[in-house]
Design a protein around this ligand. Structure first.
Ligand code: ZN
Length: 247
């Protein structure tokens, strides 16, 4: 088995390489339209849905049974509802906001939002590695791939707000860092016992499902409309399922 340090590093790499690649790719998108950004966010949501239902919940039931999976899922939902409610944060910044308002404050709120999003994904990777090496690697690769469109979605408004390329790239790289922390916490908590491992896999699934419903899908619909979003969600889910079958 990998030790907690290796798991943390793999979580960090999955986070940083994914969002950083998204930031890099954003140079090739001359003018990222809201339709484009919304569609790739929907795609990221679809990949998450495949991970949540096929990998995390399945593995949670396999380690600790249905009740642990359901309990963990509900607990993850409640914790993320409370964080969402009481911790001021933003999912994205608009062009006008980046230009006109206190940009440090907006930046902090955005960083908190990204942190909230990436922590449970790191948690999933960390607990996944405790479950088995195959599960951990498969989650790290899938979540890393899903981070590419997310990195592009973070980069798009910054780019339109006039940020220089190195700054955009630095911010997208930083956006992936909380995943390392999540992986560390997941590896430590998941190692307590097999039952706790099942609970924490369910918890990561609940937290990620909350984020899909609260952030990715609404943001996608707002930017790209229902039809493009639905295509994006299905494309992401199918790609996620294919990856899971192949990995
Ligand atoms: Zn994500």
């Amino acid at each position: 088995m990998l030790n907690w340090f290796e798991v943390t590093m793999l979580g960090l790499l999955a986070g940083v390489i994914g969002t950083g690649a998204g930031g890099l790719l954003s140079i090739f998108v001359k003018k990222p339209t809201p339709r484009f950004t919304g569609t790739i966010l929907a795609f990221a949501a679809g990949v998450m849905l495949a991970i949540i239902f096929v990998e995390l919940i399945d593995e949670s039931i396999a380690s600790s049974g249905h009740w642990a999976a359901i309990g963990g899922l509900a607990f993850g939902m409640v914790v993320f509802y409370l964080l969402d409610h009481y911790l001021p944060h933003r999912h994205t910044v608009t062009e006008e906001e980046t230009i006109f308002s206190g940009y440090l404050k907006k930046g902090t709120l955005l960083a908190l939002g990204i942190g909230l999003h990436n922590l449970p994904e790191g948690l999933a990777i960390g607990t996944g590695f405790v479950g088995s090496q195959e599960l951990g690697f498969s989650l790290a690769i899938l979540i890393g791939v899903h981070n590419i469109p997310e990195g592009m979605a973070v980069a798009a408004p910054l780019k339109q707000g006039g940020f220089s390329f190195p700054k955009v790239l630095a911010i997208t790289l930083l956006a992936g860092v909380p995943m390392g922390l999540g992986a560390l916490v997941g590896a430590l908590i998941g190692s307590i016992s097999v039952f706790v491992l099942g609970l924490s896999l369910g918890f990561a699934a609940g937290a990620m499902l909350y984020i899909v419903c609260d952030e990715l899908i609404p943001d996608a619909y707002e930017s790209a409309g229902a039809h493009l979003s639905i295509f994006g969600i299905f494309a992401g889910t199918i790609l996620g399922l294919l990856f899971i079958a192949l990995l």
